[in-house]
Ligand binder design. Structure first.
Ligand SMILES: [Zn+2]
Length: 367
């Protein structure tokens, strides 16, 4: 797949002149990248649905580490019903066809995000959320956007019934089999719905084993507000996962001017996900991001939007899939965050996170 060069009219570079942008993309980026890339093990690749890429091939723009391009039509209605306290999670009927099943629409939306400065999108879904791998491949082929697909199990209310009876090893073997036969580039989103349950602990221990067998990076889902975040990292670390291979997700929801939990996670070497960006939550989260940057943790921040609602689509007047770059990043710029720091967070951190040395070659996947 041909990688597009960065467009100078991209809002990612708004606020700087064309000349500055060229300088930024030239010497500045090259220096920053060589420093970052030296931290990557030899042979590290980013596994997208269509091909394995060298991390430097995604240097032209932002990589969004947690979005959704394919979910079952009833996933979000169930999610919302559960979040409102419903026990069954039953979905109300929808009058509209679901946008994540409309290939032409999704290709248009993703192409626009590409033009707006996004170089790669990680889809955070998997089978128990209704994610369709073929659909992701079709979007990627037609839009030219590299897409990373994930695998795992989501959260207790969405687990398939067999999870309750499976041992940790059975869960691990199931996910390892998927990772060894499909083009999957991450373990995510792996979550706890509320306070972490025993089944969710079991899945987290299994995912640590999957990581040990595959080297795939891990990103998590925490219940609002950041519930069981530390325990998620504890379980993974105890299972042998290095914190640098983990993003603890949805921690923008944990609004705390002192950023205690977020700082602790950074200090332990993991990434903190501010991953519902480009909307009304930004105002509370900008000061938290500034504090973490001040504390020296810019290398541990990860941004995305967890895109999941039709109202956010460009077609419907929303900011679209690039809103982390076009809506949230400008707020950080306006608050004084320097361009090289933003570049490090949006472009370098996710590539460093996603790059892994595969145990299974692309060819041996049989895809
Ligand atoms: Zn998500």
């Amino acid at each position: 797949m041909k990688q597009r060069s960065v467009r100078q009219d991209s809002p990612y570079y708004s606020g700087i002149t064309r000349r500055q942008a060229l300088g930024f993309l030239g010497t500045g980026t090259a220096a920053a990248l060589s420093a970052k890339d030296s931290r990557l093990p030899k042979g590290a690749i980013i596994r997208t649905v269509l091909q394995d890429l060298r991390p430097e091939e995604l240097a032209a723009g932002a990589t969004l580490f947690h979005e959704h391009l394919s979910l079952a039509p009833d996933f979000m209605p169930r999610w919302i019903a559960l979040a409102r306290g419903g026990r069954s999670g039953a979905a109300p009927p929808s009058a509209q066809p679901f946008f994540m099943e409309d290939l032409d629409l999704m290709v248009d939306e993703v192409k626009t995000a590409h033009r707006e400065g996004v170089s790669c999108i990680v889809d955070g879904g998997h089978e128990d959320m209704g994610r369709r791998l073929d659909f992701l491949k079709q979007i990627s082929e037609r839009s030219g956007m590299p897409i990373v697909a994930s695998t795992g199990f989501y959260t207790q209310p969405f687990y398939p019934p067999e999870i309750a009876g499976w041992s940790e090893d059975q869960i691990a073997q199931d996910v390892i089999h998927k990772a060894n036969t499909q083009p999957l580039g991450a373990l995510g989103e792996i979550g706890s719905w509320d306070l972490i349950t025993d089944d969710e602990r079991k899945v987290f221990r299994a995912i640590a084993k999957v990581h040990g067998a595959t080297n795939l990076p891990i990103f998590t889902h925490t219940g609002i507000p950041g519930k069981s975040a530390m325990e998620q990292l504890d379980i993974l670390e105890k299972g042998g996962v290095k914190p640098a291979r983990v993003v603890i997700g949805h921690l923008g929801n944990l609004v705390d001017p002192e950023v205690k939990v977020q700082s602790e996670i950074c200090k332990r070497g993991a990434f903190v996900g501010f991953d519902r960006q480009g909307g009304p939550g930004d105002a509370q989260q900008v000061p938290m991001v500034l504090k973490l940057i001040d504390e020296g943790y810019a290398d541990h921040l990860m941004f995305a939007s967890d895109f999941s609602s039709a109202t956010q689509l460009k077609r419907n007047g929303g900011a679209g899939y690039a809103k982390t770059v076009t809506v949230f990043a400008p707020k950080l710029r306006a608050a004084g965050v320097k361009e090289d720091v933003l570049h490090g967070i949006l472009v370098d951190n996710p590539r460093r996170f996603l790059a892994f040395v595969p145990r299974k070659s692309r060819r041996s996947l049989g895809v």
